[in-house]
Write a protein that binds this ligand. Structure first.
Ligand code: NAD
Length: 350
């Protein structure tokens, strides 16, 4: 296979996870790192043994010696950086959310499709083998008709300093400010939990009603240039295309949970539960005769390919890959509608 020359765009916290994962894939060469902050780009390049650094995408494009890019910039930079990359014929893996609005996400998906480039959005929890197995079991009919779905994404970084101090560090403050391109917890991890629920239960959402809330966090709800106005908890009721009802919620105030996704799928013949935590993921099932006394058993799973591996394989094999920009745009439409339902206080059709 021809090697893939990869450029890392944005060299903040999450870019380290990207660099470490890509470095383990044979035939990937990490050729350049780009960040608007030169010191950050240089430190990152030294840490991951990357030979070239740039302080703007324009300079990197003028140089041009790369095939693909992993875009790990903040949410609001995804759209203005991904479009020129596509125009230059580069394959792109982009962090979630694809953009701040459906309109922009749709434009990015259309541009990538027209250019026939590999486009993947990093919905990280597709890498959880347990959720992939749950989907296979639902599709194989093991739990019968799905009737009820419960999904939650719990984080506690507003009450814990395990990941750093949100009140002093820019990487957390931009996530709390709509002016800085954040749609709050809904935009940040809402896309993960919508994907986790829909992918795991092998269905899509067709009706939603959501409530969003921003809690007081500082005097005047402001720290320096950051207005702390982005939502930090949301609750959503949903109806799915398979007819099931569901509840989906997420919070940064989920004290006691650093980063936990839960999915419960109840069918007329059985039920599944996936719990993903930083230290361990589990799939449990209640099936067949166990339904009578509600007995749950853990299900073993095989390892799965990561989004990073799938992106590179798609480039090498010249084919499309999931989860792609179109899927992320479709999820963004639900997130946009969730904000409208908060304002209008009524259910909307997706
Ligand atoms: N998939 C996941 O599980 C996951 C986890 C964490 C973060 N993320 C996503 O990754 C992205 C980055 O998050 P982070 O925590 O690393 O943020 P961060 O603030 O730590 O890093 C972002 C970096 O991008 C740089 N940057 C900003 N604009 C740029 C531009 N136009 N060109 C080049 N560099 C630019 C900043 O200087 C900064 O170094 C976000 O979209 C976030 O939602 C995804």
């Amino acid at each position: 296979m021809a090697p893939v020359r990869l450029l890392v765009l944005g060299t903040g916290g999450m870019a380290n996870t990207h660099a470490m994962n890509f470095a383990t894939i044979p035939d990937v060469q990490l050729v350049a790192a780009v960040d608007v902050d030169l010191a950050k780009a240089r430190a990152f390049a030294a840490r991951h043994d990357i030979p070239n650094t740039f302080t703007s995408l324009e300079e990197a494009l003028a140089w041009g010696e790369f095939d693909a890019v992993t875009n790990v910039t903040p949410d609001r930079a995804h759209y203005p950086t991904t479009l020129p990359l596509i125009a230059a014929g580069k394959h792109v893996m982009c962090e979630k959310p694809l953009a701040e609005t459906y309109g922009k996400a749709d434009e990015m998906a259309t541009a990538a499709e027209r250019a026939s480039l590999v486009n993947v959005v990093n919905l990280t929890y597709r890498n959880v083998a347990q959720v992939q197995k749950a989907r296979q079991m639902v599709l194989a009919g093991e739990i019968g008709k799905v009737r009820h779905i419960e999904a939650s994404y719990l984080q506690s970084w507003l009450v814990s300093k395990a990941w750093g101090d949100w009140s002093t560090e820019s990487q957390w403050l931009w996530r709390l400010s709509t002016k800085h391109g954040s749609n709050g917890v809904l935009g940040d991890v809402g896309i993960h939990i919508l994907d986790f629920a829909g992918y795991g239960a092998a269905t899509d959402i067709d009706h939603i009603f959501a409530r969003l809330k921003t809690f007081e966090k500082a005097p005047g709800n402001r720290i320096g240039e950051y207005d702390l106005d982005a939502n930090d908890s949301f609750t959503m009721t949903a109806e799915f295309t398979n007819g099931a009802m569901g509840v989906i919620h997420a919070s940064r105030w989920a004290t006691g949970h650093l980063n936990e996704l839960r999915l419960r799928i109840h069918g007329d013949k059985g039920a599944l539960e996936v719990i993903h935590r930083p230290d361990r993921s589990v799939l449990r099932a209640c099936l067949q005769e166990d339904v009578e006394l509600a007995v749950w058993k853990e299900i073993a799973v095989d390892p799965v390919a990561t989004n990073y591996q799938k992106f590179i394989a798609a480039i090498q094999e010249g084919r499309g890959q999931e989860p792609n920009f179109r899927h992320a745009a479709n999820l963004q439409k639900i997130l946009d509608l969730a904000m409208v339902t908060e304002l209008e206080r009524r259910e909307l059709t997706v």
